[in-house]
Structure formats: structure tokens, C-alpha cells
Design a binder for this molecule. Structure first.
Ligand code: APR
Length: 308
């Protein structure tokens, strides 16, 4: 089993380390800055006997080496700077993602593509158009990251282990993300039974701003431990054909009354990528919020095509 990771920066290299630690696939790490990819691959290889890696990693600037990859993660692109929104990255990152996907199409046309570059949902849709494959092989990591962030905040606020929390965050990986409170359970109880309205609203707001808070504190770069963990969850679901429900950005074909964009929805992930997009019967306010989120993504997609 071989996978590729495009972009050997913070997210790409953290993901490479997680995949090696999990011992599930050989890795080709590609970066336009070829020496960085080589250096990170070398450094990780040198850790093999210490950390118990049995899989191999190769660093390169040459996409030919991605041939035969089962899954390709696209992390190439610029991260946010303090004060920037993810949408501020559109012009620069759309250009990078298109170039990357063109190369993957040439050398690994059968791969499942997982987008990580921000703004995530816009990049997922751009990659879908550029790759020209059926939508099941294109997904964007982020719904599970936003869900994990909300879970972490609930867990520390309520002092309850994360295993006892069930929640989903759908919609775009941005300010319009939609925590699905109607399906949130704490120790099997509805969230509203264990936390007041104001406290819930406060945690929802914090979830939306969590990524920006990391960016603000880091001052240079953005989050990578949790994004790489979210990527690994998707990879394991594909490699193990787990058919696991993972909120991730999918190109919509009428689900939730939406099409012509990608946003975070609950999807069953297995060996072929998206096995099925689940259509949950959500309350009106959450349906409206999803529509609003999709509109924001569509507007951003239009902005990006006007910037060509
Ligand atoms: N092809 C390959 N690699 C590229 C290209 C390209 N055309 N353009 C840039 N890169 C590489 C850079 O050389 C750099 O090593 O992408 C890497 C990005 O790494 P970082 O700057 O550390 O960014 P990172 O934190 O990994 O985030 C990458 O993921 O979470 C999102 O918002 C984040 O859009 C950003 C992306």
C-alpha cells in the first residue's frame, strides 16, 4: 500500500509521522521545495529503528514517484497568518491546488484525493473540477477536525471523557460551520439537558474560532497536530474499508437540496472513498444553516473563478 502526501510542511510532515507510526502505508512526500521533502523523509527514515516504523518514506519533487498511490493528500499551499480568514487564501492556493491536481491526474489518476489546503471546501470543489473523476474519489478533510474541536471543548467544559460525547460539525470549514446540536449527546443525553443555552453558544463560537486562535498564538503557521490526526482517520477508513461515518467535505449532487459546491456532510468512507453521503433529517434551523454555509462556499468558488 502506497500513499502520497503533497506538501512537506507542517501538516504534511505531521501526517507522514502519523502514518509511519500507524505502520499502514509507504509514503511519497512531494514538495515544490524538493530538498525540504527529502530532508523530512530522511529525518523520519532515521527514526525508524527508534520509533518502530516498518514502512518506507521517500521525499521528492518529482510527481512520477506518486504513481500507483491509493490515496493522495493535498496539503500544498499557504497557511493563514494572524488576522486572515481562510477565504483570504483563495487566489494563491487555488493556483497551487490546480497545479498539484494536474500532476496527480497524470501520474496517479486512480487515486482517492483528500484535500487539506484551505479554504478547504473551495479547494475540494476546484480539485473535483480539475481531476474530472466521479465525486466519490474527492473529499476534503475538515468536518471531522471541526467535530474533534467541538468534542474537545465540550469534554473540557463538562469534564467528561471524549468517548462519551457524540457530536457532528457539518457545513463549511469556516465561519459558517454548523455544529449539529440536534444530534449532540453527552453520556447519551441531549446536550441541552446538560448545558445551558449561553454556554452552548459560547462553545459553538469557540469551535468556529479555534483554528484562528491557534494561528494567533503561533504567529507563524497554522494547526497541524489535529489536522493530521483527522487525515489519518480518513486514511484508516479507506485502507481498512471501514465504512465509517466521517463528516467530511463532499461534492453535493442534490443532497440537502444542494449542488454545485462541496461542504461538510456525514459520509460513509470506505475503500473507494465516499461510499455514501448520508441525508439526515435535520431540524429546519440546521438545514437553513447548511444552506447558508453552502452559499458562502459557492460565493467563494465564484470569486476564485473570477480571479483566474
Ligand atoms: N507543489 C508542492 N508543494 C507546494 C506547492 C506546490 N505547487 N506550493 C507550496 N508547496 C508546499 C510548500 O513548499 C510548503 O512546504 O506546501 C507546504 C505547505 O507547508 P506549510 O507552509 O507548513 O503549511 P501547512 O501548515 O502544512 O498547511 C498547508 O493546509 O491546513 C491547511 O491552511 C493550511 O492551506 C494550508 C495547508
Amino acid at each position: 500500500m502506497k500513499i502520497s502526501i503533497i506538501g512537506a510542511g507542517n501538516v504534511g510532515s505531521a501526517l507522514a509521522e502519523r502514518v509511519l507510526t500507524a505502520n499502514i502505508a509507504d509514503i511519497v512526500l512531494v514538495d515544490i521545495a524538493e530538498d525540504i521533502a527529502k530532508a523530512k523523509a530522511m529525518d523520519l527514515t532515521d527514526a525508524s529503528s527508534l520509533a518502530g516504523y516498518s514502512k518506507r518514506i521517500t521525499g521528492t519533487g518529482n510527481y512520477k514517484k506518486t504513481e500507483g498511490s491509493r490515496v493522495v493528500f493535498v496539503t500544498a499551499g499557504f497557511p493563514r497568518k494572524p488576522g486572515m480568514s481562510r477565504d483570504d487564501l483563495i487566489a494563491k492556493n487555488a493556483h497551487i491546488v490546480k497545479a498539484v491536481v494536474k500532476n496527480i491526474k497524470t501520474y496517479a489518476p486512480e487515486a482517492i484525493l483528500v484535500l487539506v489546503t484551505n479554504p478547504l471546501d473551495v479547494m475540494t470543489f476546484i480539485a473535483y473540477k480539475e481531476f474530472g473523476c466521479e465525486r466519490k474519489r474527492i473529499l476534503g478533510m475538515a468536518g471531522n477536525l471541526d467535530t474533534a474541536r467541538f468534542t474537545a471543548l465540550l469534554s473540557s467544559e463538562l469534564n467528561i471523557p471524549h468517548e462519551k460525547i457524540e457530536t457532528f460539525v457539518l457545513g463549511s470549514h469556516g465561519d459558517t460551520m454548523v455544529p449539529i446540536l440536534s444530534k449532540t449527546r453527552v453520556d447519551k443525553k441531549p446536550l441541552k439537558d446538560v448545558l445551558g443555552k449561553e454556554a452552548i453558544e459560547g462553545l459553538v463560537e469557540k469551535t468556529k474560532k479555534r483554528g484562528a486562535e491557534v494561528v494567533r498564538l503561533l504567529k507563524s503557521g497554522s494547526a497541524y497536530f489535529s489536522p493530521s490526526a483527522a487525515c489519518l482517520e480518513i486514511l484508516k477508513a479507506v485502507i481498512g474499508d471501514e465504512k465509517k461515518v466521517i463528516p467530511c467535505s463532499c461534492v453535493l449532487e442534490g443532497e440537502y437540496g444542494l449542488k454545485g459546491c462541496a461542504i461538510g456532510v456525514p459520509a460513509i468512507i470506505g475503500k473507494n472513498g465516499i461510499h455514501e453521503v448520508l441525508q439526515w433529517d435535520l431540524p429546519e434551523d440546521e438545514k437553513r444553516a447548511l444552506k447558508n454555509s453552502a452559499k458562502a462556499v459557492k460565493d467563494a468558488i465564484n470569486t476564485s473563478s473570477n480571479q483566474k
